[in-house]
Write a protein that binds this ligand. Structure first.
Ligand code: BES
Ligand code: MN
Ligand code: ZN
Length: 485
């Protein structure tokens, strides 16, 4: 989406959109538009849209009114994003090529205009790579937005928002890609392309390197796959020399069949997005790196494919993690925690971060608890949690805290090893979090975000359609800006 800024609408503008506050259709709008909007019960509620036509200078002009709700509401940013998203949802494939967004008569600030543009851009993202027979009316046509009458500073605000959009789009692309296209090695290549010339350093560990380090928990998950496994770290030194690191860690299971504890066939295709946590991390890193965040940050993703095979690990196998702790693998489908535990240990050993936040599509139980409205957050530190919850509210990537407790931790004790990789049926998301906690050094603030219900959407939301959401990217970006920089 190309965005231009002008002071006056172009002479040939045939499609003009206005952002309209609740009950405030501009009085100077043509009578047909005012009366048409009233007849269509357009009130200016957030995300509501009116589509009409008017005659201007003897030419027919298409007029869109996008509702932004009440100007002083607490969720103004969300409402403005929804207004932009509503425009994208309706006109992306409408045949219109250029939208003129006229904000001259509005009271929107530079940041508020940028919010409308962000909603427009994020909602017009699509993944049509493999559709070779799309009809013309299915193809995206809307590529240009001309903003008219925006206040000073809007271009700069849009540049900032654009970095966030780059991160969200990168995360969505990775999540949407099928597992025959995005697997550990190709995933790393895509990151190498994306982060080339950004100033970030990429550290890549292959199977041999991980074996030397003793990462048998992570490597055990990939044993049944023909694909090699990878650990990827994206290192950003935007802080001062000697400033401590903050770490983000992501589960990147590029496909999860369940392994020998194989999943049922119905819906298994969803497990191409079992790398959604890693996408949050690499997308979040892209956003903070592009805006040159003034902090030292490392994003680590564990990339493996979980397949059943003669060489795959078996239920009952005992593996030794990099930390030295041993794990009885009761269920090969509880693989995410096996990947994360080695990634978490490695990042602590290499970077001694002062805070760690991990993202993972870890448990189906998370969807049972919170559905598709919030991700769950589990943490050993109240300050870190408060920072994340605040960033979640501001960014729209919603989070809800769930408990950790030694009583849950006991549930994963094993008779043969230091722990087993699953607990009983109840509290499945919590016992998974307790498992991860065993790999965090005492005193290090850590939070685990279980995003199983958030990486993929079956219905359109705030700034996304059906499919990959890019959840977590905006959360990371906000959290870094608020609590790390
Ligand atoms: N990737 C799944 C969790 C998942 C399920 C995410 C559905 C998104 C949608 C994870 O690896 C898994 O299989 N977890 C098991 C754990 C169980 C074996 C303890 C689960 O949730 O069933
Ligand atoms: Mn699994
Ligand atoms: Zn999984």
């Amino acid at each position: 989406m190309q965005v231009q800024f002008r002071t006056e609408p172009a002479q040939d503008a045939r499609f003009i959109a206005y952002i309209v506050d609740k009950a405030a259709v501009p009085a100077d709008m043509e009578k047909a538009i005012r009366e048409g909007a009233a007849a269509a019960r357009f009130t200016g509620a957030a995300g509501q849209l009116f589509d009409g036509f008017a005659e201007r200078n003897g030419k027919t002009v298409r007029i869109a009114l996008a509702g932004a709700g009440k100007p002083n509401s607490d969720d103004r940013t969300e409402a403005l994003e929804k207004a932009g998203a509503a425009l994208a949802a309706k006109y992306s494939t409408s045949g219109e090529k250029t939208l003129t967004l006229d904000v001259a008569g509005s009271s929107l600030s530079a940041e508020e205009v940028a919010s409308v543009l962000l909603g427009l851009r994020l909602r017009s993202w699509r993944h049509d790579l493999y559709r070779t027979k799309m009809k013309d009316e299915q193809k995206r046509t809307l590529e240009n937005v001309t903003v008219v009458g925006a206040p000073d500073g809007t271009e700069a605000a849009w540049t900032d928002a654009g970095h966030v959009a780059d991160g969200v789009e990168f995360a969505r692309d990775l999540v949407a890609e099928p597992a025959n296209k995005v697997y550990p090695e190709s995933y790393v290549e895509r990151c190498q392309e994306k982060f080339a010339d950004t100033g970030a350093e990429l550290v890549i560990l292959d199977d041999d390197a991980m074996e030397k380090l003793g990462m048998d928990a992570l490597l055990g998950v990939g044993l049944g796959s023909e694909r090699a496994s990878r650990l990827l770290a994206i290192v950003w030194r935007g802080g001062k020399d000697g400033d401590p690191f903050s770490a983000f860690v992501g589960k990147g299971v590029t496909f999860d069949t369940g392994g020998i504890s194989i999943k049922p066939a119905a819906g298994m295709e969803d497990m191409k997005w079992d790398m959604g946590g890693s996408a949050s991390v690499v997308g979040g890193m892209l956003a903070v790196v592009k805006r040159k965040a003034k902090a030292n940050i490392v994003g680590v993703v564990g990339l493996v494919e979980n397949m059943p095979d003669g060489r795959a690990q078996r239920p009952g196998d005992v593996v030794t993690s990099m930390s030295g702790q041993t794990i009885e693998v009761i269920n090969t489908d509880a693989e995410g925690r096996l990947v994360l535990c080695d990634a978490l240990h490695w990042v602590q050993q290499e970077y001694e971060p002062v805070r760690i936040v991990d993202f993972a599509t870890l448990t189906g139980a998370m969807i049972i608890s919170l559905g598709h409205e919030h991700a769950g957050v589990f943490s050993n530190d109240d300050d870190l949690t408060d920072g994340l919850l605040a960033a979640a509210k501001e960014s729209g990537d919603k989070l809800w805290r769930l408990p950790l407790d030694p009583a849950y931790d006991k549930l994963i004790d094993s008779p043969i090893a230091d722990m087993k990789n699953v607990g009983p049926r109840g509290a499945g998301s919590i016992t998974a979090a307790q498992f991860l906690k065993r790999f965090i050094a005492d005193g290090t603030p850590w939070a685990h975000c279980d995003i199983a219900g958030m990486a993929w959407a079956d219905k359109p939301g705030r700034t996304w359609g059906k499919g990959a959401t890019g959840y977590g990217v905006r959360l990371i970006d906000r959290f870094v800006a608020n609590s790390v920089e």
